[in-house]
Design a protein around this ligand. Structure first.
Ligand SMILES: *Cc1c(COP(=O)(O)O)cnc(C)c1O
Length: 430
């Protein structure tokens, strides 16, 4: 027996983890700090289910926070990974899989003439912003409060006080001088948008936004807001960057860009594009992408970028989705979830926000909010109770009130009904 087999509980494994990994994790939300308790250590998964180290099988709506649009351990993706790995796991040279995946994503997404691969969503957004800055010769960027763009220094920024449009660091370790190059506006606020562009639009390298903000609840924006942002960027010579790390290849083959009909200058991807392996990508119009090294002056590189095994996994995932009618399946499941869950939540003084296969329970009376500032703190308290009672019933939701849930092609109508029934029962106990 190896060491893992003897240490058979999440509790014991997590205690060991805490001695050698800060917070016992490799990414903070996994530590359950906002819901309390000991994180389930996941040992294996298949389809719609994960199995923890204690031997519990859980119906999973976290889906690794978005990548697993085909569910866990999809056989076609596993086969592609095996075939690719047998040919060698990295060469530091161009590979056929990389060319094929690039051709595929460029043909699928309306904003892309060209794409460059990286290894995470953070890296994609960081590199896309550098591209916009290099192309425009401007430093200032604009982001929106409630949107997440990864953990690069210039994204960990909160709105400055009062009328100042300078941002301030939202994490220790981020220099104030970096944060000053990021302006932060509230979502859904047309007037603030107009005022900002009037005063600082001509200094702006790019505006970045999750066109469907899905990292602080699901904050569905009015189409006019995105349309106006597009117009203002064009008018002031600023690039518009859609961060489609969650929405890309999920809400439609062409991401939220396809759904909205609004085309950004640059778009970023992660999560689904790697089929469960670490892949990110950014792309846009050719004239913009051509500023990248080696053709242009903007430096960007990666030892494992375009990794053949990861490229093969991404390609297999997109292939499966296309051939199996994957988007149709998950969007239909999303409709079923909506029909069943929305009235249940409303009967318990809550509401649902949902687009396609992405859903979020707003645990407060009234319409689901459009801005992060409108989410009351009481919602997080209610979520803590819901989260643990759902786990006891064998259903895994994200361990934070602000994280969305995902449906995959491995989910069925029965799974959706099981979820809705459990939520109804648990909220009735409140
Ligand atoms: C997850 C996410 C990122 C960061 O991606 P990582 O792969 O975690 O670095 C960036 N933007 C959005 C919209 C995301 O959801």
């Amino acid at each position: 027996m190896n060491k893992l087999d003897k240490t058979k509980s999440s509790q014991e494994l997590y205690e060991r983890a805490c001695a050698v990994l800060p917070g016992g994790v490799s990414s903070p939300v996994r530590a359950y700090r906002s819901v309390g308790g000991t994180p389930r250590v996941i040992e294996r998964a298949k389809g719609a289910y994960v199995t923890d180290a204690d031997g519990n099988e859980l119906l999973d709506f976290v889906c690794s926070w978005g990548p697993l649009i085909l569910g866990h351990a999809n056989p076609a993706v596993l086969a592609a990974i095996t075939i690719a790995a047998e040919r060698g796991t990295t060469f530091g040279a161009p590979t056929p899989f990389e060319v094929e995946l690039a051709e595929r994503v460029v043909s699928m997404h309306p904003a892309l003439d060209m794409v460059r691969f990286v290894s995470s969503g953070t890296e994609a957004v960081m590199s896309a912003v550098r591209t916009a800055r290099g192309f425009t010769g401007r430093d200032l960027i604009l982001k929106f409060s409630g949107c997440y763009h990864g953990h690069a220094d210039h994204f960990l920024v909160a709105a400055g006080s009062g009328l100042a449009t300078f941002g301030t660091p939202s994490s220790a370790g981020v220099p104030a001088a970096f944060a000053e190059q990021t302006a932060v506006l509230p979502l859904a606020d047309m007037q603030a948008l107009e005022d900002f562009f009037k005063t600082r639009g001509d200094e702006l390298a790019c505006a970045l936004i999750e066109p469907l903000p899905a990292n602080n609840g699901l904050l569905i924006q009015r189409p006019e807001f995105l349309t106006r942002l597009r117009e203002l960027c064009t008018k002031h010579g600023a690039m518009l960057l859609f961060d489609e790390v969650i929405t890309g290849f999920r809400v439609a083959p062409g991401g939220f860009t396809e759904l909205s009909g609004i085309t950004p200058d640059l778009a970023t991807f992660g999560k689904v594009i790697g089929g469960g392996l670490p892949v990110g990508a950014f792309g846009g119009r050719a004239e913009l992408m051509n500023v990248l090294s080696p053709d242009g002056p903007v430096y960007q590189a990666g030892t494992l970028s375009g990794n053949p095994v990861a490229m093969a996994a991404g390609l297999a995932a997109l292939d499966q989705l296309e051939r199996g009618g994957g988007w149709k399946h998950i969007n239909k499941l999303g409709d079923e979830l909506d029909d069943a869950l929305r009235p249940v939540l409303q009967s318990h003084g809550a509401n649902l926000a949902r687009v396609g296969s992405i859903f979020w329970m707003s645990l407060a009376e009234g319409e689901a909010p459009r801005t992060a500032e409108c989410i009351p703190s009481s919602a997080a308290d209610r979520y803590t109770g819901l989260f643990h009672k759902m786990l006891e019933r064998g259903i895994a939701l994200a361990p934070s009130a602000y994280e969305v849930g995902f449906l995959s092609t491995a989910h069925t109508s029965e799974h959706v009904r099981e979820l809705v029934t459990a939520i109804d029962e648990v909220l009735a106990l409140e």
